[in-house]
Design a protein around this ligand. Structure first.
Ligand code: IDC
Length: 480
């Protein structure tokens, strides 16, 4: 008992320390950067982009080349949407555009059970950081396993109406309305019918923003779009994607033909990995692609900003930093990209703005997932990462679990199970019983918070300890 008490005090002390360190970081940051004059940001220098004669141009009508990095799925790697990360990309990787990839049907997708509220919050954060830093930002409706864009057209319309209205005054925001149509349903006929509807929706609230339309076969068939483009609207561009490990000269000539015929194209996704996202990093083929894109001034956005253990991830899987990366933090893809975008290899010194990987540091809080119980009793569970810190080489992640009875029936018993990505042990807990089995934590109430009445809530919390930075894989709730 005493030992447990001491343990809790220690954990509380660690939390206090983590807050203090964060505060110091903020103060140091203000002192260090407060009086430094910034070079003109991409947006300050170029203003609103538009499409003119098959090209992307700046507000003065001069050709503008998008050099971007795409997030991985926003629900998957939300922690890289932070201002310091974007600043590192802008200041040390030569990046002027961030693509916010929101899966619609994969991995807690927007249309398949992911928290729409939290995903939109992530987008809001991403747009805010990019805007503060004078960067362009592409909001990507990332269809993939749902190959036919019409499948979730209703949701897409609602989404784009809300988002495009919210950002109608922003000159730096672009909309990519269907990442990669594929399969039989991903035909140009279906895409075009979808695009007409979504473009109309966006244009009803937002007159000028660039809208990017995906093309068949995972956004490779720009020839189909070129032969039969969407008409009646300005500032429409088409998506073209390639992965240099798989796609070579055959696909390059397809792109070149469409561009020569005047089709405005943006490469909103590419990698030097194979199309699977893994395999070999083909730098030589990557260079050939860059040469072609440079020749025609075609914009490009590289997939993906994460440390996932896959070739296309730009960070090494051992890299835990969420910003301020130096050369040794980058994967082969990452190193190649910095060279391709800046003409120089990545600096080996620290980027200067990152939170280091040792000592206590805050590592991207705010990941959140929620679910409502199926059945007559409607209990909504929302799990949020509220704090994280590193101590003694281990990662500590603190979560808050809030239950709310959103139905009309009282819940007399409930159970939540949380699956985490990394192996863990529970280092602290409050207001519930917590049993871990492998990577799953089963959470049950105590006597006093077993019953939750209509509109009633319960709040619980816990801290897990793991060898790697932790993320939530899934959450499940049952209630009766
Ligand atoms: C990949 C991710 C990988 C994830 C997979 C399935 O890199 O971690 O498991 O999606 O969701 C695309 C897609 C993009 C793919 C990427 C690599 O737009 O979502 O990401 N890719 O396979 N088109 C071609 C390649």
């Amino acid at each position: 008992m005493r030992e447990e008490r001491v343990g809790q005090d220690k954990a509380a002390q660690k939390r206090r320390n983590a807050y203090l360190v964060m505060l110091l970081f903020c103060l140091a940051g203000m002192l260090a950067f407060g009086d430094r004059a910034e070079a003109a940001s991409p947006y300050a220098a170029n203003g609103r982009l538009s499409v003119s004669k098959g090209k992307i141009v700046n507000s003065k009508g001069k050709s503008f080349v998008i050099k971007g990095v795409s997030t991985h799925g926003l629900a998957w790697y939300p922690e890289y949407v932070n201002k310091e990360a974007f600043k590192t990309l802008r200041d040390t990787w030569g990046v002027n555009t961030i693509r916010l990839a929101m899966y619609t049907a994969d991995y807690n997708g927007y249309c398949t059970g992911g928290s729409q509220k939290n995903l939109k919050k992530k987008i809001d954060q991403g747009v805010k950081y990019a805007t503060d830093l004078g960067m362009y930002v592409i909001i990507d409706w990332h269809i993939l396993s749902d190959g036919n864009p019409l499948t979730y057209k209703k949701q897409a319309k609602q989404f784009f109406q809300e988002i495009a209205r919210k950002y109608s005054g922003y000159g730096n925001v672009m909309y990519e309305i269907c990442n990669e149509p594929n399969g039989r349903g991903g035909s140009w006929k279906n895409i075009k019918s979808y695009a007409k509807d979504i473009i109309k929706t966006i244009r009803s609230v937002n007159k000028n923003a660039i809208i990017i339309v995906g093309t068949p076969t995972w956004s490779q068939d720009v020839d189909k779009a070129q032969a039969d483009p969407v008409t009646g609207y300005k500032n429409i561009a088409y998506a073209f994607h390639f992965y240099a490990g798989t796609h070579k000269s055959g696909l390059r000539s397809k792109l070149e033909k469409a561009v020569k015929k005047g089709l405005p194209v943006i490469v909103t996704e590419f990698g030097i990995s194979e199309a699977s996202g893994g395999g070999k990093a083909d730098t030589a083929e990557g260079n050939r692609w860059m040469k072609l894109l440079d020749q025609y001034g075609i914009g490009r956005v590289c997939w993906n900003l994460s440390n996932k253990n896959e070739t296309s991830a730009l960070l090494k899987s051992s890299c835990k930093k969420k910003s301020g990366w130096k050369a040794s933090d980058l994967s082969a893809s990452g190193k190649w990209l910095v060279q391709a975008y800046t003409g120089k290899p990545p600096a080996s010194g620290s980027g200067g703005t990152g939170n280091g990987s040792s000592g206590s540091s805050s590592t991207g809080n705010g990941q959140s997932l929620s679910r409502t119980s199926a059945g007559k009793v409607k209990l909504h569970a929302s799990l949020t990462r509220v704090n994280s810190w590193k101590s003694g080489g281990k990662y500590y992640t603190q979560y808050k679990l809030v239950l709310k009875n959103t139905g009309s029936k009282t819940s007399s018993r409930w159970q939540v199970s949380v699956k985490l990505k990394q192996s863990f042990s529970v280092s602290d807990k409050w207001c519930g019983s917590f049993v871990r089995k492998e990577k799953t934590l089963t959470i049950k109430p105590l006597e006093w918070n077993k019953k939750i009445k209509k509109n009633g809530t319960a709040e619980l919390g816990f801290v897990v300890k793991s060898a790697k930075a932790q993320t939530i894989s899934s959450i499940l709730i049952t209630a009766s």
